[in-house]
Design a protein around this ligand. Sequence first.
Ligand code: URP
Ligand code: ZN
Ligand code: ZN
Ligand code: ZN
Length: 488
Amino acid sequence: LSSKILIKGGTVVNADHQEVADVYVEDGVIVSVKPNIKVGDGVRVVDATGKFVMPGGIDPHTHLAMEFMGTETIDNFFSGQAAALAGGTTMHIDFVIPVDGSLSKGYEAYVEKAKLSCMDYGFHMAITKWDDIVSKEMEIMVEEKGINSFKFFMAYKGSLMISDELLLEGLKKCKSLGALAMVHAENGDAVFEGQKRMIELGITGPEGHALSRPPVLEGEATARAIRLAAFVNTPLYIVHVMSIDAMEEIARAQKSGLKVIGEPVVSGLVLDDSVLWDPDFITAAKFVMSPPIRASGHGKALQAALSTGILKLVGTDHCTFNSTQKSFGIDDFRKIPNGVNGLEERMHLVWDTMVESGQISVTDYVRVTSTECAKLFNMYPRKGAIRAGSDADIIIFNPNSTFHISANSHHSRSDTNVYEGRSGKGKVEVTIAGGKIVWENEELKVVPGSGRYVSMPPFNYLYHGIDKADENYLTSLKAPVNRIKQSL
Ligand code: URP
Ligand code: ZN
Ligand code: ZN
Ligand code: ZN
């Protein structure tokens, strides 16, 4: 494997600019980006004429090797990442799940799992309980472990779900650490009640999953989380925005000046809930995720919000289970492990849905699939850019070729694919990760253990303006009110 690569004659695309240029890579890093670079012997030259040369995708939302709903996701850090690389994604951020509420135990477990990595990755961390130890551990995660974001689950009553009181504590702590708070926004108590109602009505199949947790419950939790973040005066990131209801709350918050970031996922953008009514159980159950895939119309609205900038970056929530695992819920949808695939498909489906359809430009494509994530989680410009000094995570994309999706040819270990049979224009022909060609001619060359952990420092810029607002608030509190004493 050559450590020196010259990508010749392609159109280099960054989030703000595109131009025809060569890209020269040495020892894992981009050395120069300019027209007509001359090199000597020992350099692998890749012709990219007529193709786009773009930053590798960064998926802000995955679950690899996660223990969840009584089982474990079928993709681990090797198979999930291999699939990602075959689809043009060169980095992802996975959610560390605490062990018995302990962040440090959860972190250690994920360090073990991630030893199989064949591409770069980072961690978010979930917070599932609250006490002084968790509070202290959050400091350690931010200051010593390179984690700058924490996810709070407002759903999954009885396991991951947290109360408003805990959410407030968590938001305050995130703010004090310069970390970004993330929420899974569904009203877990109402979902629990909705599920009981479905079972009582005898609706035990996958359609009951969607019926038990309608958009209104996602809208309610999104609005509540946004208001609590406003109360604490700290930014908020809403993961997997699946409905118009949630998206409109985000738009409203942004209009009033709040720092709220919304993340649609590929399944929410391109699928609709008709699949949940399929008479074949597995065919329907493979689509079960939370929040659920919505009625057609929601996806279109989310696409529009992505094109206008209300929603800023696209994740997958890649969380795969095979048919055997999905069938745990054959008699009761509440036992179907929640989650769908997407790591390998995201780059192609976002291109097809957003760029081919004319809804966003090629530079915007780079922004929503890579650069925005790198900036938000403080890895830019090491990640998310084709420029001198950045990591050599690069894709060569042929807009005139075609992609085809099938469980028969995908690289995930799952035996199903929620995008089965889809095809469209555009194809990731070459993936370079960490300066090595890992995907070329439909062939993967990946080595377990070659991926690196990317440390993400806490934020400064996100908090500009927010400290100031706190000052105003405190000043207003100090103004004494001298009431006239009256004798009654
Ligand atoms: O159904 C889903 N989304 N599974 C993964 C866990 C989560 O809520 O993100
Ligand atoms: Zn230029
Ligand atoms: Zn979630
Ligand atoms: Zn998730």
